[in-house]
Design a protein around this ligand. Sequence first.
Ligand code: FAD
Length: 425
Amino acid sequence: MRHVIVGASAAGMAAADAIRKRDPAAEIVMLSSEPRLPYFRPLIPYLIYDGKPASEITRQPHLTPKNIRLRLDVRATSLDPARHILTMVDGTGGSEICAYDRLLLATGASPIRPDIAGIDGPGVFTLRTWEDALFIAEAARGAAGAVVLGAGRIGMKSAFALRHLGLNVTVVELLDRIVPQQLDIASAAIFAEAVAHAGIETILGHSLVKVNRRGHRVTSVVLDDDRKLKADLVVVGVGVRPNLDLAVTGGLRINHGLLVDERLRASAPDVFAAGDVVETNDIVTGESIVSGIWTNAAAMGRIAGDNMAGGDSAYEGAFGLLNAMELGGLPVVSVGDIHRETGDGIEVFAERRGPAPRYRKLVFRGNRLIGLVMVGEIERAGVYQTLIRERADVSALRRELLGPKFHYGHYIHSHPKAADRYVRA
Ligand SMILES: Cc1cc2nc3c(=O)[nH]c(=O)nc-3n(C[C@H](O)[C@H](O)[C@H](O)COP(=O)(O)OP(=O)(O)OC[C@H]3O[C@@H](n4cnc5c(N)ncnc54)[C@H](O)[C@@H]3O)c2cc1C
């Protein structure tokens, strides 16, 4: 059985691992359009300021499943599902055909470039790949100031990285708070203090309308209220869009992302898909989403890989929000539906404790926990996450859940079946 996987990142690698576990003899070919060995994408902001050695960002060989034919710098350009073949082009422009028995599309997503005058050209960057991070690092050398468009996770990570290098950094965000998808209003305010403390300026409620250059050098940007900010470089972090080109050539069903069934099969026989390219359901809200989260991509990859190798695993849906990050030295975990304050049986418990920033918000709907934000102290986030994922009835646990010392013991005590599972594991 010949398995071909397009994309060698979170989803692709997890799928290869799952295939290898179920079928030690299967042939696995992985195609990556990137020129380097697989790596942990969320860590690439460190490359901008040498915050971690490259060896910690690269996936270590012992984490890579055995006997895989990994083809780097090769782009799959078209798919013919009826004939079970891909066409691909390598770095030198040479074209090849690649046949498969089972195919996984794990092509991920690419940054969106908004329609802003002057955005296409030197000095304006997005951050998705290792190479992107190196380009930003090079542009930052000798630069005095940077503007980051978008205060989401990627924008803020870029801003902190550039600030580490001593640049004056201004973040411009259209919405009314930083990291708006991952933080609620109170936790965003805590982070805003950390951002200001780091010397990063933020301008909320505005966007860019123009990037100015002298020759090839960016000199300034213009905001939508005509303000002009000096800048030597611009980083754009306003979201990503699934890489659907290959799926389109194969006539696969798509919407915002590639559509799959609960076995992660796409709409053609023997074609599966996983990761940021896929459109799936949010297990908390039931909404259709393209997840953009590493752990979701890996979980989908494991299930798709298992099914490709003859298993029968169902994917229950993704957490639309499942985030653990550190910004300005402050750890935060946010999971599930965190933005609701009222309505539909919603109850919110939020507290900010002590002088050091510690914040906890739990969102309940009826007997279920549906959302969580923790800032500062995040150690027990995993057990809350389990309760959300399992849609556990937490009515009997409510007092303990709200207490500051909630732990696995409380959960296991009230869920004997969960205890069985942990013992077996
Ligand atoms: C700076 C940054 C910070 C992030 N931080 C976090 C975080 O804190 N937490 C979190 O959960 N997530 C984070 N993410 C998101 C996370 O990295 C993604 O959700 C995850 O990488 C998705 O994995 P994937 O395997 O679906 O796709 P990707 O990682 O996008 O990989 C897809 C791969 O397929 C290749 N490819 C695409 N098309 C083709 C083709 N036709 N032929 C060959 N190869 C192809 C691409 O080049 C790429 O290498 C971050 C992302 C970035 C960029």
